[in-house]
Design a protein around this ligand. Structure first.
Ligand SMILES: Nc1ncnc2c1ncn2[C@@H]1O[C@H](COP(=O)(O)OP(=O)(O)OP(=O)(O)O)[C@@H](O)[C@H]1O
Length: 670
């Protein structure tokens, strides 16, 4: 007996009220080309299927079978080394990719700001994306209740130095943050991993009820309990990247029985399906039989490879596979199915988003002790030390070098300490990347909010340092000189902060960030004019252009001028005429007096703006240029593979791989 696609699915396809997401994938293939001339791995092999609004689909398979790869290739989130082919159709239209707000995606890793409470996180997320305040409070309460987060609503989430909510609660929070806008298309990568069976059921039930509101939900899942499995409407069973079964979840039992692998009464269906296709169970069975713990069971007569081959053959020749193709054709020709405006992530205005992001970021910075408070404390301690070492430095001949050294230390080391905020930068960038991909807000809004919210902390940091050092060392007296020193340090620290954000956007992890950031600031120190005078720097490269784009060189020149112009120092021999500050600057410290100290300050401010613009450009380039590079890489790889024996591809007769384009996404075929 062949299993028919139920009339409920057929009805769903035809109903076209309101926006809804009809998603289909056709001959979806993902390849992992070898870096040498080795064999290319097929992570996904010609998958075809569809997901409908109102239905909850599970993607199951043994570990490494390609579940996450499948979800990521639908969402356009595969890493750059994977090449994809085939089509993804949303409401009958081929889509290059489904990122930036078209699909809400809950990843395996929970990326949240640990210093906020559960309720605050949900509330900020709602304010960022919902258009008006109306009903927002109600939506927040409902979402908390829907995912059973009432008990931990006021608990801090926790981060690298703060113990917070449990892993299961964090996972439910990650889901809550995405379902708050009721997205039309929701992907979840193993949302029940780490949850106990009751919590897993709770989460699956919540997702099912969301699906019932004409939402299309696809989730990968490892080993669902019988209760959780019963909640799925549809099932895609993968083995080594191939479809073993695709259809309604309940009739899969019949499919397996017809193929000669009925589910034993003592075993749950989901467990049975996975055992049939998981090669690791060959070893488990052999080990159990070897240790006389079991005598052998019905399905142990065949190896997993044999079972898998039979199931693949049965599915490929089944009406289920035929119907899947027929349905996809139906989607592309059915009038009324084309809804261009599926979920677009956020519906809030950018001004509102900016205010919410500033507030959220400020709250995070003020609660996370490691973000700024720890650094402020260290700045105060170091400033007291500097103040004591250079205490009342005076205006003797030897004070010239002492003043120079003190200025060099403040401009160099004090700004260097900005690197201490790196763990928090990395955490924030991760949150930005996740939210950006899900379309919560734009790059510009994020950069502006980050700068505004961090500025008060940088002011406190600079002000406290300058207050201590200025009066202990007894720099050039006068309010305007004091203010100059404060603004100079503030701008210099802001530049290093921005530089660290640039590094955080470029490197994949904390360790690399610290190493790259420290190396960069080290180079800036070496060419700032303290360790080697500016006129003595090798002209090519170090002087032009490095010393001119070095914030520290401008900052130090300004600081020296601020301190020394107008001062007089003792000469090297007693009784000699006094040395003017201007002479000391130009002759001993190699500082050009052709421009005033205020131009030095302007140069530091310009470098600060340039770094923020660079940060913006990098984030934008990652979004815009990466797809272009990936298109080129995909075309080149596929051309190369086609020219190499054995002939490629084999999965689809109807589609050519030469026409692929776009980032990590299944692309148009000709
Ligand atoms: N970017 C990549 N580079 C190299 N290998 C990859 C990449 N992406 C996926 N793979 C490989 O593809 C296979 C399938 O991975 P995938 O994460 O999709 O499996 P999965 O079924 O989700 O596994 P699990 O249930 O353990 O998470 C694995 O062997 C994995 O190592």
């Amino acid at each position: 007996m062949e299993i028919e696609i139920s009339s409920s699915i057929a009805r769903d396809v035809e109903v076209g009220e309101g926006a809804a997401a009809f998603l289909a994938w056709e001959d979806l293939t993902a390849l992992l080309p070898s870096s040498s001339n080795g064999p290319t791995r097929k992570l996904l092999n010609g998958l075809t299927g569809f997901a409908l609004p109102g239905r909850f689909m599970a993607v199951m398979g043994p570990s490494g079978s390609g579940k996450s790869t499948f979800l990521n290739s639908l969402a356009g989130r595969l890493s750059g080394n994977v090449v994809t082919s085939g089509n993804v159709l949303l409401n009958g239209k081929i889509k290059k990719s489904l990122h930036y707000g078209i699909v809400a995606y809950v990843s395996q890793e929970d990326v949240v700001l640990g210093s906020l409470t559960v309720k605050e996180s949900i509330a900020y997320s709602a304010s960022l994306r919902l258009p008006s305040k109306q009903h927002t409070a109600e939506i927040i309460e409902n979402t908390i209740a829907e995912l059973g987060l009432e008990d931990c609503a006021d608990h801090l989430i926790g981060n690298w130095h703060l113990r917070g909510i449990s892993g299961g609660e964090k996972k439910r929070l990650s889901i809550a943050l995405e379902i708050i806008t009721q997205p039309h298309l929701l992907f979840l990568d193993e949302p029940t991993t780490g949850l106990d069976s009751a919590s897993a059921f709770f989460v699956a039930q919540a997702l099912r009820s969301i699906a019932r509101r004409r939402r299309t939900i696809i989730t990968t899942i490892h080993q669902p309990s019988t209760e959780v499995f019963s909640l799925f409407d549809d099932l895609l069973l993968l083995s080594s990247g191939q479809t073993v079964y695709f259809g309604e979840a309940a009739p899969a039992l019949e499919f397996f029985a017809e193929a000669g692998f009925p589910c034993p009464d003592t075993r749950s269906p989901s467990d049975h399906y996975l055992r049939c296709i998981n090669a690791d169970f060959d070893y488990v069975n052999t080990a159990l039989v070897g240790s006389h713990r079991v005598i052998g069971s019905q399905d142990m007569h065949s190896t997993t490879a044999e079972i898998r081959a039979k199931l693949l053959h049965k599915y490929q020749n089944s009406k289920l596979a035929e119907r899947a193709r027929a349905k996809i054709k139906q989607f592309s020709v059915t009038e009324g199915l084309v809804y261009e405006e599926i979920s677009r992530g956020s519906h809030a205005r950018w001004r509102k988003q900016l205010m919410v992001l500033i507030k959220r970021s400020f709250t995070n910075m003020s609660r996370d002790f490691g973000y700024y408070w720890l650094r402020i404390l260290i700045y105060i301690v170091v400033s007291l030390c500097v103040g004591s070492v250079f205490h009342d430095v005076g205006s003797g001949y030897h004070a010239i070098m002492a003043r120079g050294a003190c200025g060099g230390f403040v401009s160099g080391f004090m700004t260097f300490m900005a690197i201490g905020g790196f763990p928090s930068f990395i955490e924030e960038i991760k949150v930005f990347n996740k939210e950006r991909l899900n379309g919560h807000y734009g790059v510009g809004v994020y950069i502006l909010s980050n700068f505004i919210s961090s500025f008060p902390f940088l002011m406190v940091m600079s002000f406290s340092s300058v207050c201590i050092t200025y009066f202990m060392v007894k720099y050039h007296p006068g309010f305007s000189h004091f203010m100059y020193a404060f603004i100079d340090l503030l701008l210099s620290i802001s530049v290093v902060e921005s530089c660290m954000m640039v590094v955080a956007a470029l490197v994949p992890n904390f360790l690399m960030g610290v190493v790259v950031g420290a190396g960069f600031i080290g180079i800036m120190m070496a060419t700032a004019g303290f360790f080697r005078l500016l006129p003595d720097l090798p002209l090519i490269f170090w002087k032009y252009p490095i010393s001119y784009i070095n914030y520290m060189a401008w900052g130090l020149q300004g600081a020296y001028k601020n301190d020394m112009i107008g001062m007089e120092f003792e000469g090297p021999v007693e009784g000699q005429p006094k040395l003017k500050g201007e002479y000391v600057l130009s002759s001993l410290l190699g500082i050009s007096l052709r421009h005033s100290k205020w131009w030095d300050l302007v140069a530091v401010a310009a470098i600060l703006v340039a770094y923020r613009l660079l940060f913006f450009t990098i984030l934008k380039l990652k979004e815009r240029a990466m797809p272009v590079f990936h298109t080129y890489y995909t075309k080149r790889t596929l051309d190369h593979l086609r020219r190499r024996p054995p002939p490629f591809p084999s999965s689809s007769k109807r589609h050519s791989l030469s026409s692929q384009e776009g980032r990590n996404s299944p692309l148009h075929s000709t």
